[in-house]
Ligand binder design. Structure first.
Ligand SMILES: Cc1ncc(COP(=O)(O)O)c(C=O)c1O
Length: 459
């Protein structure tokens, strides 16, 4: 049984991320105790099939002994090395070089962070510095996508375009602007990929013209929008947006915090469309969640302009105690080895059609209006009326009902408040685990459908 005093201590003292405080006090935590491969165990001894890789990060699966070994070895040898005062450590240098070797060719320099939010924050800070170094301080406006998620730092959360990250936080800032999400299921042009891409391009051009051609610093986007409900734009969308930014003379920043490290098939989603971003943010799959680490990669042109702007003596004032942490870096190197030599990328690519088909097969379920995926990143969208794509009324709290039913079925995925269900299984998933996932998922949806309020809401 779960330890009641632990639960009580959690309720009293631990603030959970993006959680309703009062609801959590009532509900209490589900304490996780162990993990192996795609499986988690909770303190009540329940075995849970994790179809969300923790928080879209444990791409290798849990319990990879070789990661534990390199972490232990690095901890014993040198648990910490500052990057300040020109100190460094072997794993951090090797990891930076490895990322430059593997990432799009445009990216030549790496700044390590602790996660994704501070990678985005670093991007914003370096971009501001860059334009001032170029003598263009008026280029201080930022554009991102509706439904985009770029973390929850005090400025980056304004590039995030999800209402709960703004409400009562004084965001977005006047310098933060949005264009429509490339959301095929709900976009007026959604049925025709080329029309949707053209609409996004036209909207970006119009937004830049509205703000002033010399005012926009950068456009930020995710190749597949994760926390916004797993919105999968058509193939070619990312390239079209990148080409448009180049043409408009604004920086193109790709946030691959979720899509990086094999989540959508290739190591980086940019690869699939030959996109060469000016900056790229990474985290999650970089260390597969075994230790905190993120990264900001930038082009040589940006790096050189910042270096010139600083001159020969003044430091560029951006830093963190744990930037380039040697234990996280050693883990990152081993995780990268597992993606390639350990066969994880190949397995994920081989399993992706099964994952896609499994989601599509659920389109026959009365609750499911849309199924979409790229690689091992996917979603189902629940609606009350398939013809009109009507979302569930918020008062029904469909996400809570789905979450409870999923717990009963022993499966973990993300039920968003708007009726989207997000999936990001680890890259080590076997065929048998996918079969079990889809059995449990159908059973979960059936349980929800048994509820009279839910059935009555369907038209
Ligand atoms: C695309 C994207 N950017 C940034 C972040 C923020 O990363 P972190 O939670 O590590 O700060 C996330 C987290 O989910 C993300 O999905």
């Amino acid at each position: 049984m779960q330890n009641t005093s632990l639960i009580d201590l959690d309720r009293r003292h631990l603030i959970h991320p993006v959680t309703n405080f009062r609801a959590h006090e009532k509900r209490g935590p589900t304490i996780l105790t162990e993990g192996k491969g795609a499986w988690l165990r909770d303190a009540n001894g329940n075995e849970l099939l994790d179809a969300f890789a923790g928080l879209w990060c444990v791409n290798t699966g849990y319990g990879q002994q070789s990661i534990v070994d390199v972490a232990m070895e690095q901890m014993q040898r040198l648990p910490y090395a500052t990057g300040y005062f020109s100190f460094g450590s072997e794993p951090a240098i090797k990891l930076a070089a490895k990322l430059v070797e593997l990432a799009p060719q445009s990216l030549k320099h790496v700044y390590f962070t602790l996660g994704g939010s501070d990678a985005v924050d670093a991007a914003i800070r370096y971009i501001n510095y860059y334009y001032r170094a170029l003598g263009k301080p008026d280029r201080d406006q930022f554009i991102s996508l509706q439904r985009g998620y770029h973390g929850s730092s005090s400025v980056g959360a304004g590039l995030t375009a999800l209402p709960v990250f703004h409400r009562n936080f004084g965001l977005p800032l006047p310098s933060q602007h949005y264009i429509s999400s490339p959301y095929p299921y709900r976009h007026p042009q959604g049925a025709d990929p080329q029309a949707l891409i053209a609409a996004s391009v036209a909207e970006l051009r119009a937004k830049v013209a509205e703000l002033g051609n010399d005012r926009v610093a950068a456009f930020f986007c995710e190749p597949v929008q994760g926390s916004g409900g797993v919105v999968v734009p058509p193939q070619g969308w990312l390239k079209a947006m990148s080409d448009t930014c180049r043409e408009l003379g604004i920086l193109f920043v790709v946030d691959e915090v979720i899509t990086g490290f094999g989540r959508t098939g290739p190591l980086f989603a940019c690869e699939a469309e030959g996109v060469q971003p000016d900056l790229m943010t990474l985290a999650k799959g970089l260390t597969a969640g075994y230790a905190p680490m993120g990264a900001l990669m930038m082009s040589d042109a940006i790096y050189q302009a910042i270096a010139e702007g600083a001159g020969p003596e003044t430091p560029v004032g951006h830093g963190q105690t744990y930037s380039a942490h040697p234990v996280s870096a050693a883990i990152g190197l081993e995780v990268l080895r597992l993606y390639h030599e350990g066969g994880l990328l190949a397995n994920a690519q081989a399993q992706a059609p099964r994952f896609e088909q499994g989601l599509r097969d659920l389109l026959d379920h009365p609750l499911v209006g849309d199924a979409r995926s790229r690689g091992l990143l996917g979603a189902l969208e629940l609606v009350t009326d398939k013809a009109n794509k009507t979302p569930f009324d918020a008062s029904l709290r469909i996400y809570e009902r789905v979450g409870q039913a999923a717990a009963q079925q022993g499966v973990i995925f993300r039920a968003f408040t708007d009726g989207n269900l997000g999936f990001a299984p680890a890259l080590c998933y076997t065929e048998a685990e996918f079969d079990l996932l889809f059995q449990r998922l159908r059973a979960t949806l059936d349980l929800v459908l048994e509820q009279a309020e839910v059935r009555n809401a369907l038209s």
